[in-house]
Design a protein around this ligand. Structure first.
Ligand code: NAD
Length: 473
C-alpha cells in the first residue's frame, strides 16, 4: 500500500494521510461508475437536480470546515477560501440554469410532426483537479457532469486530497440512494494516468498546459472520448493611461493575488515607454511592497499566503534567476520571507524590455514588465504568446478598448479590472495552449452532453407522397 500525505505549506504540519489508489482500484471504480451510469443517465433531469441541491445543502453545512481545509492545504488566506466555497455553493444554481439553457430540450413544430433537440450524457467522466482552487475548479466540472447524467470518478490534486475527501463526503450524502454515481480516488500522477488509460468517455481537466498537451496526444486516436482542457496562460496586461494609483491596483491584483497561483494572473505587464509607464511601474512596486503576507489563520488577515510548497518556491526562483541571466533587470527580487517556511515569497518584478524571454507560465508572483513605444507594439507584445487565457487593458480610451477587443487573442479579456476577474455565469476558457475550445464555467454544460437532433412523427403516414410522380410505373 502506498500512502499519500498533504501538508500545510505554512509550517509543514500533516493535513491528510490516506491510501493511494493503484490501477486495480481505479479499474474497479470505473467499472462501478459504468454500471451506475446505466441508471443515472436515464433518470429525469429533475431527479439529478434534486441531488445537486442536496449536495449544495451538504456544502453549506460544511462551509467553514471546507474553507479551513482548503486554507490548510493550499496556504490561501481564509477570506479567499471562504470565497472559493461560496463559489462552489453558487455553482449549483448556475449549473442548473446552464443545463436547462444550453443542454435542455427544444421542440419545433414541423408539417409532419416535430423536430426535437435533446442532449444525452457521454457516460463515465474522469475529473482531474489542480491544487490552486482544489474545490471550485473540479466542482465546476463535476456538478454539470452529474446534472447532465454522467457518472464521475474524481482525482483531486495530490497536494489537496483533504479537500477532495470533504467534497466526496458531501456527494455521498447527496447521492445516498445512487451509489457510485460519484467516486473520489486519491493519488498522484500514476493514479491519474491509470484513470486516463481506463474505460472513460470523457476527461475534464483543469491543470498545467504541459499535462494538457500530453492528454491531447494520448486521446488523438480516441475521438469517442470528450476532452475538456482548462490550462495555464502567459497572460498580458496592457496598462496604457489613467490614474496611476488605480492602474497600479489593477496590476497588483492581477499579478499577485493568490501568490500568483491563478491561471488568469497577469504575468506580463506592458506599458508605454513614457513618464506614465515609469510612474506606473514604480507605483506597482511600491504597492507590492505593502502587501500583507502571512499564514491563513493570522490576524490581521493577510492578502496572500505562501506558495503551495517549498519545492514550488524553489522552482519559481530558478525561473526568475534564469530570466536575470538572460539580461532581465530586477525591479523587485524573488526572495523568501524572514522567519517563515521556504514556501513564503515576496512579489517579484523584472524589466524584460529587449530581452528574449521564454513564453512560459511562471506559477508564482513574478511580473515581467515590457516598455513599448506605441500601441501597435503593445498589441504585438500582448499577442506574442502561444497561450490565450486572459488579457487586460487599463485605459479610459474607448477606441483603444475596441481595438484591444478585436485584436487580442484570449478567452477572458477585461478592461480596467484585474485579469483574474471572472464570473461563474460566463464561460471561462482559453485559446491556443490554454485550452481546446471547450470553455468551462457557464459553458461546461456544452461538453458534459452531446446533442441529438430528431425528426419525429407519430406514425409513418405522409412519407410515400414524397415519391409521387418520381417513380417508374
Ligand atoms: P498539474 O497539471 O500539475 O496537475 C493537475 C492534475 O492533473 C493533478 O490532479 C495531477 O495529479 C494530474 N496530472 C498531472 N499530470 C498528469 C498526467 N500526465 N497524467 C495523469 N494525471 C496527471 O496542475 P497543477 O500544478 O495542480 O495546477 C496548476 C496549473 O493549472 C497551472 O498551470 C494553472 O495555470 C492551471 N490552471 C488552469 C485553470 C483554468 O481554468 N484554465 C485554472 C486553474 C489552474
Amino acid at each position: 500500500m502506498t500512502t499519500l500525505k498533504s501538508f500545510d505549506p505554512v509550517d509543514g504540519t500533516l493535513v491528510w494521510e490516506g491510501e493511494v489508489a493503484d490501477s486495480e482500484v481505479v479499474s474497479a471504480a470505473l467499472l462501478r461508475a459504468r454500471k451506475a451510469f446505466a441508471h443515472w443517465g436515464s433518470l429525469p433531469v429533475e431527479t439529478r437536480t434534486k441531488a445537486a441541491e442536496r449536495y449544495r445543502s451538504a456544502l453549506e453545512v460544511r462551509k467553514d470546515a471546507l474553507a479551513e481545509t482548503i486554507a490548510r492545504e493550499t496556504g490561501k488566506p481564509l477570506w479567499e477560501t471562504r470565497t472559493e466555497v461560496a463559489s462552489m455553493i453558487g455553482k449549483v444554481g448556475i449549473s442548473i440554469a446552464a443545463q436547462a439553457e444550453r443542454a435542455g430540450e427544444k421542440r419545433t413544430d414541423m408539417p409532419f410532426g416535430q423536430a426535437v433537440l435533446r442532449h444525452r450524457p457521454h457516460g463515465v467522466m474522469a475529473v482531474l483537479g489542480p491544487f490552486n482552487f482544489p474545490g471550485h475548479l473540479p466542482n465546476g466540472h463535476i456538478v454539470p457532469a452529474l446534472l447532465a447524467g454522467n457518472t464521475v470518478v474524481f482525482k483531486p490534486s495530490e497536494m489537496t486530497p483533504a479537500t477532495g475527501a470533504l467534497m466526496a463526503e458531501c456527494w455521498a450524502e447527496a447521492l445516498a440512494d445512487h451509489p457510485h454515481v460519484f467516486q473520489c480516488i486519491q493519488g498522484g500522477r500514476e493514479t491519474g494516468e491509470a484513470l486516463v488509460a481506463g474505460a472513460i468517455d470523457g476527461l475534464l481537466f483543469t491543470g498545467s498546459a504541459g499535462a494538457g498537451a500530453h492528454f491531447r496526444r494520448v486521446f488523438a486516436d480516441r475521438p469517442d472520448v470528450i476532452l475538456a482542457l482548462e490550462l495555464g496562460g502567459n497572460n498580458p496586461l496592457v496598462a496604457w493611461d489613467g490614474d496611476v494609483d488605480e492602474a497600479a491596483s489593477v496590476v497588483v491584483q492581477s499579478a499577485f493575488i493568490t501568490t500568483g497561483q491563478r491561471c488568469s494572473c497577469a504575468r506580463r505587464l506592458i506599458v508605454p515607454d513614457t513618464a506614465f509607464g515609469s510612474a506606473l511601474v514604480e507605483a506597482v512596486a511600491a504597492l507590492a511592497d505593502r502587501i500583507v503576507i502571512g499564514a491563513w489563520n493570522e490576524t490581521p488577515e493577510p492578502w496572500i499566503g505562501p506558495l503551495i510548497s517549498d519545492a514550488a518556491a524553489a522552482a519559481a526562483k530558478a525561473r526568475f534567476d534564469g530570466l536575470v541571466t538572460r539580461g532581465a533587470q530586477v525591479i523587485r527580487p524573488f526572495t523568501g520571507v524572514e522567519g517563515r517556511s521556504a514556501a513564503f515569497v515576496t512579489p517579484a518584478m523584472l524589466d524584460v524590455t529587449g530581452v528574449f524571454v521564454p513564453d512560459e507560465e511562471i506559477f508564482a508572483p513574478v511580473l515581467q514588465v515590457s516598455r513599448v513605444p506605441d500601441f501597435d507594439a503593445a498589441m504585438e507584445a500582448a499577442n506574442n504568446t502561444r497561450f490565450g487565457l486572459s488579457a487586460g487593458l487599463v485605459s479610459a480610451d474607448d477606441a483603444l478598448w475596441e481595438r484591444f477587443l478585436v485584436e487580442c487573442r484570449a478567452g477572458v479579456v477585461n478592461r480596467n479590472r484585474p485579469t483574474t476577474g471572472a464570473a461563474g455565469s460566463m464561460p471561462f476558457g482559453g485559446l491556443g495552449e490554454s485550452g481546446n475550445h471547450r470553455p468551462s464555467a457557464y459553458y461546461a454544460a456544452d461538453y458534459c452532453a452531446y446533442p441529438v437532433a430528431s425528426f419525429e412523427a407519430t406514425d409513418a403516414s405522409g412519407n410515400a407522397g414524397a415519391l409521387n410522380g418520381k417513380l417508374r410505373p
